[in-house]
Design a protein around this ligand. Structure first.
Ligand SMILES: [Fe+2]
Ligand SMILES: [Fe+2]
Length: 267
């Protein structure tokens, strides 16, 4: 038995949510998906999540959500993060932080899947404990319950993500990176059977700087003056990866990048 999993990179604002709502039902059908996982740290106007937006993503056909350094940016989202059983924040945040770092989800095909997120520490403003130690602890707990474990590494530095890939090869089914909003062309199977990609890329407007309108960001860089960064609107794409995993051994069989434009979402 093989699990077909879609991973979706950082969903930015309303444009990101809209393309998820249009594309996910089509992709579920087209690829006979068993599971859809998406990063939702930017869904609330580019920063954070609200209960309404989290619910909208689940209703669109996303099964599980991950977060990141913007997890707690919206106060009204804290209760959703605490109570929803389908969302994780980085496992290397303080024990007392709202939410959980890992979970086990029962897919409709009857196979449980574990999900864990850790945040990197290189070039990240938000502090976190050692991601290597934190992910080891989560895997010790998860592997008692399922051989299929997905790990979201939310980090800026490619080196830190690749190092975590080697650290976890053969111990997780998939390690996917999020946070940079720029997709990498390095999807591959590591020797011990872990599917790996450094960053899924952004699901949102590409006529932008990482999802924000170009003009204010340019002005900020050129003048050093503060400027509100609005979410951009044009050239909306969904970025992610498709992975096939053996449900019994947890070994990945394949990983390929996926990038979909608005007009490719028709059934
Ligand atoms: Fe992000
Ligand atoms: Fe982030």
């Amino acid at each position: 038995m093989e699990l077909r999993i879609l991973l979706i990179g950082d969903i930015v604002g309303k444009p990101g949510l809209r393309i998820v709502e249009r594309a996910v039902p089509v992709l579920r059908e087209r690829h006979a998906l068993d599971l859809v996982v998406a990063n939702a740290e930017n869904v609330a106007d580019g920063s954070g999540i609200t209960p309404k937006l989290g619910q909208a993503l689940l209703e669109a056909g996303v099964d599980l959500l991950t977060l990141g350094d913007h997890a707690f940016a919206r106060r009204e989202g804290h209760r959703f993060i605490a109570e929803c059983r389908r969302i994780v924040r980085p496992a290397n945040y303080p024990e007392a932080a709202v939410g959980r770092g890992w979970l086990v989800h029962d897919t409709e095909s009857g196979f449980p899947v574990g999900l864990v997120q850790v945040q990197g520490r290189v070039f990240m403003a938000r502090q976190a404990d050692c991601p290597f130690a934190a992910v080891d602890r989560a895997i010790a707990a998860l592997s008692a319950r399922t051989p299929v474990i997905l790990c979201d590494v939310h980090a800026e530095a490619t080196s830190e993500k690749i190092a975590l890939g080697w650290h976890l090869d053969g111990r997780v089914s998939v390690l996917f990176g999020t946070h940079t909003h720029v997709p990498t062309a390095d999807a591959r199977l590591l020797p011990q059977g872990t599917a790996y990609i450094t960053d899924l890329g952004m699901t949102g407007p590409y006529a932008s700087v990482l999802g924000r309108a170009v003009e204010p960001v340019l002005r900020h860089f050129r003048t050093g003056m503060p400027s509100p960064f609005k979410v951009a609107t044009r050239d909306v794409r969904l970025a992610g990866a498709l992975v096939r995993v053996d449900a019994r051994s947890g070994r990945a069989h394949a990983i390929e990048r996926l990038e979909l434009r608005d007009e490719e979402c028709a059934p």
